[in-house]
Design a protein around this ligand. Structure first.
Ligand code: SF4
Length: 366
């Protein structure tokens, strides 16, 4: 994984356990102190000029707003009611399609170190409605494992979730090193989830992340340690030879894990805000997918044409159902028409949420 060249400390972070741990693990990295993030240098208007720098500069800051936020669903698309915990923003990997490239406005990767406040907030929110099932994840604004070696967050969250039987933590990642976390299993409240793509996409478009083989090996280790698993074919990318490449990826997944350990698999075709197309084409000239023919969808994002999305989802659904019988497959942020075309019916948001909640309860029982 890429190493950091500089650490910036926002005033007030010095007393936190996470800060001490990170500084102890990166003893040779120069440290700069600033009064607050408003003192950070504003980068040039063109993000292509500073995004690489954001991957090697670490900002330790305080989360002053809530950690817990509903997943930013999109009007006109079926949302599953997922809840996110914003513990980091940005990540040391560098995916060509990463939506954060058009979202972040500071040349840093941020870790919020006030984890004690996160745990207190979780305790309070979970106690407000103890019977409600909660699906929570830390992988919305970064990768849930990429910074864990220095941050140690999951070593604190995994035992925490063991005490809350109606909540699950989904640790979404493209990384593979689970060594410090495996002894914390079995824990059925924790779902390790990998984003999957064929090796050619991983190599060309997911810089710095673990290979497909390493991700699948880690998934098997998590299963054997007594954790539940999930997988996200997201973004599914169309390229010449996609059928063979994705079919082979599904076969490798089925050879690596047992269907009974898999709580859900989501499918999401490539989509991004128009500004990202330019950024990707500048930063990744060899990634031709950014130049694909796409349509501006009602949510303001560029998406593949419906016929192509139907084809991508339909084939993946077929292969996954054959390879991993009984697994729950859902579409991430898709329109009712696409749901109808792929599954013959479109769930309401409440129905989709309830389907996934049932998987949580079943997974918790074992
Ligand atoms: S792993 Fe996720 S957050 Fe990190 S660069 Fe890739 S898409 Fe972005």
């Amino acid at each position: 994984m890429k190493s950091f060249r500089k650490i910036i400390l926002e005033n007030g972070v010095q007393g936190y356990e996470t800060t001490r741990r990170i500084l102890a693990r990166l003893p040779d990295v120069p440290v700069e102190e600033i009064p607050d993030i408003s003192a950070l240098r504003r980068p040039a208007a063109d993000p292509a000029l500073w995004l690489a720098e954001s991957k090697t500069t670490l900002l330790l800051a305080l989360q002053k707003g809530p950690f817990w936020r509903p997943c930013p669903g999109t009007r006109d698309y079926v949302c599953c009611g997922y809840q996110t915990l914003q513990v980091t923003v940005n990540c040391p990997f560098d995916c060509a399609y990463c939506i954060l490239q058009s979202y972040i406005n500071l040349p840093v990767t941020t870790i919020f170190v006030n984890i004690e406040d996160l745990l207190a907030e979780l305790d309070q929110k979970l106690a407000e409605d103890p019977e409600k099932i909660r699906r929570l994840g830390t992988g919305e604004f970064g990768d849930s494992l990429a910074l864990d070696g220095i941050m140690g967050l999951n070593e604190r969250l995994i035992p925490f979730f063991a005490r809350h039987p109606r909540a699950v933590l989904e640790i979404k990642t493209k990384w593979h090193d689970l060594a410090p976390l495996l002894p914390l299993g079995p824990n059925r409240q924790v779902i390790f989830a990998w984003s999957l793509n064929p090796p050619a996409i991983v190599r060309n478009a997911e810089r710095g992340s673990a290979s497909l083989g390493a991700r699948l090996k880690a998934a098997r280790q998590a299963q054997d340690a007594g954790f539940r698993l999930a997988f996200h074919f997201d973004p599914i990318i169309y390229f010449p030879g996609w059928e063979e490449a994705y079919r082979d990826t599904v076969a490798r997944l089925a050879a690596a894990v047992s269907p009974e350990a898999v709580v859900w698999i989501s499918l999401g075709a490539l989509r991004f805000l128009p500004a990202l197309r330019e950024i990707t084409m500048t930063r990744y000239p060899s990634c031709r997918f950014a130049a694909a023919e796409m349509v501006l969808a009602p949510d303001g994002k560029l998406r593949y044409f419906k016929t192509l999305r139907l084809e991508l989802y339909g084939r993946l659904r077929e292969w996954l159902e054959q390879a991993l019988p009984g697994v729950e497959i859902y579409l991430c942020m898709e329109s009712p028409r696409i749901w109808q075309g792929v599954f013959g019916a479109s769930p309401t948001e409440a129905e989709l949420g309830s389907r996934l909640d049932k998987r949580v309860v079943a997974a918790a029982r074992g």
